[in-house]
Structure formats: C-alpha cells, structure tokens
Design a protein around this ligand. Structure first.
Ligand code: S3P
Length: 452
C-alpha cells in the first residue's frame, strides 16, 4: 500500500544527551535493488546477505517474482533463482513500486526490450515524479509507452519485437537513467553505449561485470565515461554481501556530530568513492570522523566510522560533488544548522525531483524551526547556530511537512536532537522505505525520538 492512503504517523525528536554506542546500518538500497534484479535475471542461483529489507527493495523483489524469478529467504540469506538473460516472463498484474524511484526506473529498463506489456504503478510521491528521463531513451529503442498523464505513473511499456541497440548520452547526472539504458541493453543484440558526462554511482556497471556481462568503461580526460555493453550475453548467479548504506549512515552520523559529547561507531559502511561526498564535506567542516579498518568486501570498499561530536564550520560545497552525495544534502543541511557561519550548497537542481521537492521541503522545514536559510533554483544556503539556541518548534503546531519523503523525515528528527526546542514531523511511516528500524536504532544510541 502506498503511504498516500495510509494513516500519517507523526513523530517528535527532542534535545538528547550524548549519543553512545556501536551500530550496524541496514544494507545499501542501490546495491540491494540491483542484486535482486540481476539475480532474478541471471541463470542459476544468487545468494544475497545483508539485503535491505526496506519497502522499496521488497517492491523490487515482488516485481522480479512477477517477472518469473523465484525468491525466498533462508535464515539471513535471500536465495534467488533467476530466469536467465532474455527469459523474463510477462507480468500478469501491474508492478507496484510504492515509493521506489530506483526500483521503478531500473525495471523499466529491464523489461524495455521484451515484446510484452508491463504496467507500472506507485504511490502519490512516485506518481508525481518525472519518468520522461527514462522513457526518452527507451522510446528511441522502439519502446511504446501508454500513459494517462504525460510521462507520469501509472503507465505501461511494450518493447519492440526487434530491439536495436542505442548510443545514449545521459543529459543529467542520473545513475537511474544510465542504469535503465544499460539494463535495456541486456536483451538487445549488439552493443549498447551510454555516455555519462559526469560520473554517477557505478553499482550497475560493477555488478553487471560481476554477473558476467561483457561491459567496458572508458573515461576521457574530462572525466566523461563511455560504457559499452554487449547484449544477449549470459549472466550467471553470484554470491553478494550488501554493505551498509552510506545514505542511511548519514543520519546517525550527523546526529553524533551535533549532539554534544557523542561518540558512536557505525560498522560496515559502503565507502564507494561515488557515495562518500558527505563524509568529505563534513570532514572539511571539521567533523571528527575516523575511518577504521578500510577493507574490501564483495568488490566494494567498506569501513567502520567512529564519529565524535564536533565543532563544525560552514563551507561552500562545490556543485561537482553533488553526484557523490545527492541523497545526503538533507542531512548536510541539518549539520550546517549547527555550524559556525554559512554553508552554501550548489548544483542541487536534481533535488527537486526526488521523493519530494527536497530543496523546497528542506528550506521550509528549516525556516519554521528557526534556522536561517535561503533557497534558490538550484542552491541552498544555511547559516548555522552552534549550540542550537532558539532552534526547533515554538509550539506543537509547528510541524514539518515530509511529503512522503523518508530522508526529509529522518533529517528533521535529527535536527530535533540538538535543537533547544523539540522538532515535530507530520509522518514517519515512510522511513521504512529505506531505513526500517531507524527510530529503534537512534533511541538505542540515546536519541529522544518518539512517535506521537
Ligand atoms: C540511485 C540514483 C540516484 C539516487 C537514488 C538511487 C540509484 O537517483 O538519488 O536514491 O540507485 O541508481 P538519480 O539517478 O535520479 O540521481
């Protein structure tokens, strides 16, 4: 069920004592989606541990089952029996992706070169998000799209009988668009080429190679990447251990930095350089983040993070860093609210088309909680107040609108942990899309968060 029809579950966060403890963060959402998709497509068995059991990923698991994969859980391991590349089955019912943009857009690519109809539906948030960015290249491959409203869910796709490979330059920094085109290339004869002028997270490329796809990546002097995939190859089941999600890590990490006296350790965090922009930015702001035991696990870099409360200083975050921390700006804006001086974040246009218009949702929520901030078309600046004096809701009526956006809800609950007054959010139900157990994990560290 989409949260638009579910009852709202308001929550409140209040000033907390020092956060202490040692936690493991749920699995990375991007890798979890891809593990189920590629496992469901590959021949043989894929075994996945550490899979994120969030609603978004469960929606992808159900979609893969509807497309013919067999998926079951045995102890801590998801066991996926794939159909074999080129052998997805036509789904009998619409695929409901709930709140999940990644699951939805990547699956559009996955089914694009099949001569059957797939219908995509989602919740109010997903139904408001632009799908044209994925449909545009798929149409160029000959996919027919039927939609009631232009390029919005609900919509149906039907692939061409004889798909032709595409060479596509991705016009915005989007790993989802890149991935959708590459996945469409899997059932297309010949070489599908994707050019991304700016590097985005590379999990699709890395994991496709891991499953045996013939894929090569070339990076030119300006950093533009050309990815070539030979279609109709054999994919073979793999063993995958999903590391902790750096995007979920952002919330306890920022909480520990802003709550005085805190000292926490976060274990097994994915440290792929395409995902670590927030850590770099926070370190520039003076954050004490120790990277412990850096190691490799399942082809990815991971580490443990020891985080201590720190005196933060405002910085200007360069626009070029946005792709490596695109989901982390809401959390960064909270850290900036407690920093000395101004933090300027540029190159944020993509934030307007996330689960909500995150730029507007952040600016509005910060302002009603007393944070001095300004918003532009593609930037946000925050003038912080170390100590948090005067921050938070002045009355129980000051409630942050979260717009079905998990990261907006988590960010403002973190704001309340170091503000003078409590912070109220109108809903926390959708946190389960990416970070089930968020409130329990945070209260276990000493955070004062409760459903109200
Ligand atoms: C994702 C890509 C990003 C990111 C999203 C996950 C992915 O979206 O915001 O949370 O797993 O490919 P865009 O491709 O829209 O930037």
């Amino acid at each position: 069920m989409g949260h638009a029809t579910a009852p709202l579950r308001p929550a409140t966060a209040a000033r907390s004592g020092a956060l202490k403890g040692d936690v493991r963060i749920p699995g990375d959402k991007s890798i979890s989606h891809r593990a189920l998709m590629l496992g469901g497509l590959a021949e043989g068995v894929t075994r996945i541990t550490g899979l994120l059991e969030g609603e978004d990923v469960i929606a992808t698991a159900k979609a893969m089952q509807a497309l013919g994969a067999r998926i079951r859980k045995l102890g801590d391991t998801y066991i996926v029996h794939g159909v074999g590349n080129g052998c997805l089955l036509a789904p009998e019912a619409p695929l409901d992706f709930g709140n999940a943009g990644t699951g939805c857009r990547l699956t559009m690519g996955l089914v694009a070169a099949y001569d059957f109809t797939t219908r995509f539906v989602g919740d109010a948030s997903l139904s408001g998000r632009p799908m044209g960015r994925v449909l545009e290249p798929l149409r160029q491959m000959g996919v027919q799209v039927t939609a009631e409203a232009s390029d919005r869910l609900p919509l149906s796709l039907r692939g061409p009988r004889a798909p032709a490979p595409l060479s596509y330059r991705v016009p915005m920094a989007s790993a989802q668009v890149k991935s959708a085109v590459l996945l469409a290339g899997l059932n297309t004869p010949g070489v599908t080429t994707v050019i991304e002028p700016v590097m985005t997270r590379d999990h699709t490329e890395t994991m496709l190679s891991g499953f045996g796809a013939a894929l090569e990546v070339e990076t030119d002097a300006d950093g533009a990447r050309t990815i070539r995939l030979e279609g109709r190859g054999v994919l073979k089941g793999q063993v995958i251990d999903v590391p902790g999600d750096p995007s979920s890590t952002a919330f306890p990490l920022v909480a520990a930095l802003i709550v005085p006296g805190s000292d926490i350790t976060i274990r097994n965090v994915l440290m792929n350089p395409g995902r670590t922009g927030l850590i770099l930015t926070l370190q520039e702001m003076g954050a004490e983040i120790e990277i412990l035991d850096p190691r490799r696990s399942g082809g990815e870099q991971v580490a443990d993070l020891r985080v201590r409360a720190s005196a933060l200083q405002g910085v200007t975050v360069p626009a070029e860093r946005a792709p490596s921390m695109i989901d982390e700006y809401p959390a960064l804006a909270i850290a900036a609210s407690f920093a000395r001086g101004e933090t300027v974040m540029r190159g944020l246009a993509e934030l307007r088309v996330k689960e909500s218009d995150r730029l507007a949702a952040m600016a509005r929520g910060l302002a009603i909680n007393g944070v001095d901030c300004s918003e532009g078309g593609d930037w946000l600046s925050v003038r912080g107040r170390p100590g948090g004096k005067g921050l938070g809701a002045r009355s129980a009526e000051t409630v942050v609108a979260t717009w079905l956006d998990h990261r907006i809800a988590m960010s403002f609950l973190v704001l309340g942990l170091a503000s003078e007054h409590p912070v109220h959010v109108d809903d926390c139900a959708m946190i389960a899309t990416s970070f089930p157990g968020f409130i329990g994990l945070m209260t276990g560290l000493g955070a004062e968060i409760k459903e109200t």
